[in-house]
Design a protein around this ligand. Structure first.
Ligand code: ZN
Length: 278
């Protein structure tokens, strides 16, 4: 009897029953390893089909890996050499080059099945955050960044005040002229600090929490289109795309109100979505 077993989301086999027994002894095939042979309707846990092995490792990971749907053996002629690069989508069971599959733990999913799979993982259809609630979240963030920025820039304000007072005591035109570069660089530094602060704010909170405090407060988060988390690179890109959305008379923000998935211009550019967390 020829057996197949799943290892790392990949189908291995066929192997003889005696070989399978040996794999069980070695611990390669465990109680929760999915196995299949011709005649079985679907992949099943090894323990359910052939009984628990006495040396079962009991990995503790009780959650059963979803069966990679029945994989017919009807193509045993597939070249064994290249088979190492072929993986099977856990959802539809079709073979793909390993590079085209996304792995979620032990589960490999193809590009077509990914949206449905991640949606199921997150439990139910996504609800997208509309224009007004996002507008509110932005206002909260602007207030937080504004207050934090004002506190950070207090020393700059004091320095500017010092220059001004010095000139007041000594209103010599040459002195005033000499102070201009100093004042200009204080203003420039002030703008730069505010810019760097808001960029760091977005990147830090999007990568660690999946949402800025304003969005968190309103039960929103930012995800990739496939539901995945935001990387630092994507967060930086989205920040600049957001500036673009604002530059064109805020139209980039407003279009979120008319989009089927409530995407702003920067969501379109970056392939992101803003969704409710509950
Ligand atoms: Zn698939």
């Amino acid at each position: 009897m020829k057996w197949y077993y799943a290892e790392g989301g990949r189908q291995v086999g066929p192997v003889e029953e005696s070989v399978l027994d040996e794999l069980v002894r070695q611990g390669t095939v465990r109680d929760d390893t999915l196995v299949w042979r011709e005649g079985m309707a679907a992949w099943q846990r090894h323990a359910a089909v052939r009984g628990s092995s006495s040396a079962g490792s009991g990995s503790g990971n009780g959650s059963a890996v979803p069966p990679p749907s029945p994989m017919p053996v009807s193509a045993p002629a597939s070249a064994p050499a290249s088979a190492s690069d072929t993986r099977y989508c856990s959802e539809c069971g079709r073979p793909f080059p390993a590079s085209q599959l996304t792995s979620y733990g032990d589960v490999l999913v193809c590009a077509q099945c990914r949206p449905a799979y991640t949606q199921r993982l997150s439990g139910g259809p996504r609800r997208f955050g509309g224009f007004w609630i996002r507008f509110l979240a932005v206002i909260i963030d602007v207030i937080i960044i504004g207050v934090a920025g004002a506190i950070i820039r207090i020393p700059l304000g004091l320095a500017g005040l010092g220059v001004g007072l010095g000139l007041g005591r000594n209103p010599d035109p040459n002195q005033v002229l000499a102070a201009v570069p100093a004042l200009m660089s204080l203003i420039g530094l002030s703008f730069f600090i505010q810019f760097a602060l808001s960029l760091a704010y977005d990147v830090y909170f999007l990568t660690t929490k999946g949402a800025t405090p304003g969005k968190m407060a309103l039960g929103l988060k930012v995800t990739r289109s496939d539901g995945g988390p935001i990387s630092a690179g994507l967060a930086v890109g989205r920040y600049f795309a957001k500036i673009l959305s604002g530059l064109i008379l805020w139209i980039g923000f407003i279009i979120a109100g008319f989009d089927s998935e409530k995407r702003s211009l920067h969501d379109h550019i970056c392939g992101t979505r803003v969704v409710y967390t509950r």
